[in-house]
Design a protein around this ligand. Sequence first.
Ligand SMILES: Nc1ncnc2c1ncn2[C@@H]1O[C@H](COP(=O)(O)OP(=O)(O)OP(=O)(O)O)[C@@H](O)[C@H]1O
Length: 255
Amino acid sequence: MREAVLKTTELTKKYDHKVVVDNLSLEIYQGEIFGLLGPNGAGKSTTMNMICSIVKPNSGTIELLGKDPLKHKYEVNSKVGYIPQELAIHGNLKAWENVELFTSLYGLKGKALREAVDTSLEFVGLTEKRNLYVKTFSGGMKRRLNIACAIGHNPELLIFDEPTVGIDPQSRNFILEKIREINKKGTTIIYTSHYMEEIEAICSRIAIMDNGKVIAIGTSEELKRMVSEDGNDITLEEVFLTLTGKKLRDYGEQA
Ligand SMILES: Nc1ncnc2c1ncn2[C@@H]1O[C@H](COP(=O)(O)OP(=O)(O)OP(=O)(O)O)[C@@H](O)[C@H]1O
């Protein structure tokens, strides 16, 4: 039987009276690259933030690596890496200082910390830029550094929240290759993006989320067969639009 790295049961989050994550029950298995798709405001980041104990659920449970992250906060969170949508890095620190700062939060010290910083910078191709201030970095370099800050403690689960926003195809391709490489070493990955081709290229299973609920889940082929009989004549984007509709989301209730 496959081992669930993450299990959410009826997870719910409300802001004021609006339910933004609605009774979400989800299982993600060891070794997967699991893709999470959804229109703006679907509840993807809120879900990721609850999994990482950044946002507290109103109800429901989370089991992460077999434990309740609220009861075993340090133990569980030290095995998880989170690459947030908003860049977390500091422009007035050098590249290595950023990686050291974030990696030290997971308890690494001394030689182990120095080695983790070197390995992480090397992994994202920034060794030669280690002494530069981050405010001088291009968008692609910042995105790569954002990843370096989350991998030094060798997490068992890595969560990427739209890690390729606003970067060129070369940087994007580099990041996707690196995610595959990390996964091959055994790390389970959760990946959210609006880029369907990225999700299709790297994810073994995909969930489509809308209005706080998972409305479809499966491999890319299974999702395609949900809306088209043979599944060959349809793209993932067409599946997405068929299931979630074409109404713009960022105009809220007025649209
Ligand atoms: N701190 C907050 N206070 C109030 N409302 C919030 C807060 N954070 C998120 N929301 C609302 O919750 C809903 C879900 O937001 P969330 O960021 O989880 O969506 P998302 O699927 O990640 O969207 P996107 O693709 O745009 O990143 C949105 O309506 C958003 O405005």
